[in-house]
Design a protein around this ligand. Structure first.
Ligand SMILES: Nc1ncnc2c1ncn2[C@@H]1O[C@H](COP(=O)(O)OP(=O)(O)OP(=O)(O)O)[C@@H](O)[C@H]1O
Length: 595
């Protein structure tokens, strides 16, 4: 990025930060700006009073009398300095109030956008990258408001000092401008190097950050240790860290060169300030007192400029993270689930007509085109080898993703145009990867539904999946917290979590119950409970069960066999088992390995 473009981005980053702050608390923004103007006015009064007192002090006469005469101006200078400091304190207080509010609002917006995005968005790797960049942006939000505050404060102070110098002598402003240029350019060049390092290490940082989760999550802690994966993974992670570090280290000499050149040129130019001052004072064209005031003003201007450069660069840099946040907000906003307004009820029939799904970026369809009809009252077993497309079909049928070709209709309503929330209200889904929600047993059973159910309904749900005894033994029954690894409470076994997920889906009394390998972690008793519960209310709903267990498929009214994303067989268990087709082969294979 060119230096000019970088400099142009600073006002834009400032404007965005102010807009963000304004949206969360406009009064605090006004307080910060008001206080900065007040602090600027304090500096102006201080400088004017210093100039006045110097005139008196530098004048000839009785020292006691001159001190007495200068006293009012000195008192004004002291009062104005105190008032300026007070205004800065209030601005600091207002910024500290703004910071958590901004970070909180961004955090909430980020999570909300993730939860409202089309599920297909997560299949796009770019979306995850942008999501991570946005998270970093939220983390930098606090720094950003500090940068913006310091930058505006520096601008106000510099404007005040420059005005005072202009009043003292217009030539001094030009000299000041000359002395500040090298430091300003040096700061901007350093910020550009920073940005280049940041850009060059983006992909290594993203990879490192994703891997950090894998290496530190309790979910994988056992697998990592027991399979002695630690040394390999540590080396892998170390390499990523070194790659990120390496970029920064390689840039260090450039920082040193730029800093040294800027310091030398800045020093030469600052020394250049004294020459014109001397040139004005010596021939008597400027009183020595005025020159003294000019020195004080120039020092203030130098400090203000230092802040301006430092925080301008910081704002540019932190603004890049904010850009990442805004990019994600725009992207996720555009990918928000917005399909149509037609509300649907519990389906009597789900019909897929030449429906297909192609993952984002994939060259060939993952699924379909396929045609299939599911009817209320049926339990349909969906079988097929790994990667056959069963989970993808589940996502189509439940409206989690919309068909990229053909249609999926619930009682004639095309899911691509139906109100998605109304569709999902009718669904009870037990996915392959269930959520182990760090909430109470009660919440885990009722999650996703409105209202507060009586204990009886929840115990019934627990009973249907054989979790009532285990829940009854827990220290607080339904109110036992299931978040031991995070903040205490009780921990469930893998199978118990799966039972709870099935209980939750059944408790919804859904019009479409979908279970994706619901018994993979269950013992024989758990299996019996879940399968009985699936059959129990089957007449009032459509039930679709993905399974690799052919003895489970036997309990279904129909078996649909998928292979390569297509329906290759569809019929009753007994009929397909003896048809000599793919299902017969699956049955023979299962018999051979004893399943
Ligand atoms: N996000 C994705 N992007 C691209 N391809 C994907 C994505 N998710 C899954 N696939 C591919 O889609 C195909 C079908 O996957 P799916 O999960 O539907 O299979 P499945 O029949 O449920 O398999 P399993 O029995 O192993 O659970 C697989 O070949 C898989 O590699």
């Amino acid at each position: 990025m060119s230096l000019g473009r970088m400099l142009r981005r600073i006002p834009a980053a400032l404007a965005r930060t102010v807009r963000l702050a304004w949206s969360v608390d406009r009064w605090m923004v006004l307080a910060v700006l008001g206080c900065q103007l007040a602090a600027g006015a304090g500096t102006a009064v201080t400088l004017a009073a210093v100039a006045r007192s110097m005139e008196v002090l530098f004048g000839a006469g009785d020292p006691a009398r001159t001190v007495r005469e200068a006293a009012p101006a000195l008192l004004v200078a002291a009062a104005a300095t105190g008032a300026g400091a007070g205004a800065r304190l209030v601005a600091e207080w207002a910024t500290r109030r703004l910071n958590p509010k901004i970070a909180g609002a961004m955090e909430l917006a980020l999570v909300d956008l993730h939860m409202r995005a089309e599920p297909a968005a997560f299949d796009d790797p770019g979306f995850t990258d942008r999501s991570r960049a946005a998270e970093t942006g939220v983390g930098r939000a606090m720094a950003l408001t500090e940068d913006a505050k310091a930058l505006t404060e520096g601008a106000v102070q510099l404007a005040v000092a420059a005005s005072v110098l202009t009043v003292l002598h217009p030539l001094l402003l030009a000299v000041l401008a000359l002395s500040v240029v090298p430091r300003a350019v040096g700061g901007a060049v350093a910020a550009r190097i920073d940005h280049q390092v940041f850009e060059a290490s983006t992909s290594a940082r993203t990879t490192r950050d994703v891997m950090r989760w894998f290496l530190t999550t309790p979910d994988l802690a056992d697998e990592l240790r027991a399979n002695t994966m630690r040394p390999y993974l540590y080396r892998w992670y170390q390499q990523m860290c070194e790659r990120v570090e390496g970029r920064a280290l390689a840039a260090a000499p450039r920082f040193l060169r730029v800093g040294a050149v800027a310091a030398v040129l800045g020093g030469v130019c600052t020394a250049g300030l004294w020459a014109p001052l001397a040139g004005l004072v010596l021939p008597g064209r400027m009183p020595a007192a005025t020159a003294g005031a000019a020195v004080v003003a120039a020092q203030g201007a130098g400090r203000a400029l230092g802040n301006l450069v430092r925080y301008g660069a910081a704002l540019f840099h932190d603004g890049l993270y904010l850009d990442g946040y805004h990019r994600f907000v725009a992207d996720a906003g555009a990918r928000r689930v917005r399909r149509g307004t037609r509300a649907v009820a519990a389906p009597r029939e789900i019909r897929l007509e030449a429906a297909g799904y192609t993952h984002p970026g994939a060259e060939r369809p993952t699924l379909g085109p396929l045609s299939l009809t599911l009817r209320r009252g049926e339990v349909v077993a969906l079988v097929g080898g790994n990667g056959a497309g069963k989970s993808t079909l589940v996502r189509l049928v439940t409206g989690l993703v919309t068909a990229t070709s053909g249609t999926v209709r619930w009682d004639g309503a095309d899911l691509a145009r139906a109100d998605a929330e109304s569709v999902w209200r009718q669904v009870g889904l037990v996915p392959q990867n269930i959520g182990r929600w760090p909430l109470t047993v009660r919440e885990n059973l009722h999650l996703g539904q409105d209202g507060t159910p009586g204990d009886e309904a929840l115990w019934r749900a627990a009973r249907r999946v054989g979790m009532d005894e285990a829940a009854g033994r827990m220290p607080h029954g339904l109110d036992t917290l299931l978040a031991r690894a995070l903040w205490g409470g009780h921990e469930l076994s893998g199978g118990q979590w799966q039972r709870l997920a099935c209980g939750r889906a059944l408790h919804r009394a859904p019009g479409l119950l979908v279970l994706d390998e619901p018994t993979s972690a269950l013992d024989a008793t758990g299996e019996q409970h879940v399968l009985a519960a699936v059959r129990e209310g089957a007449r009032e709903r459509i039930t679709l069960m993905v399974t690799h267990r052919l003895d489970h498929a036997r309990l279904a009214d129909r078996v649909v066999v998928l292979a390569g994303g297509r329906v290759v067989e569809d019929g009753g268990f007994t009929e397909l088992a003896s048809a000599g087709g793919p299902f017969t082969r699956l049955c023979e294979e299962a018999a051979r390995v004893g399943r």
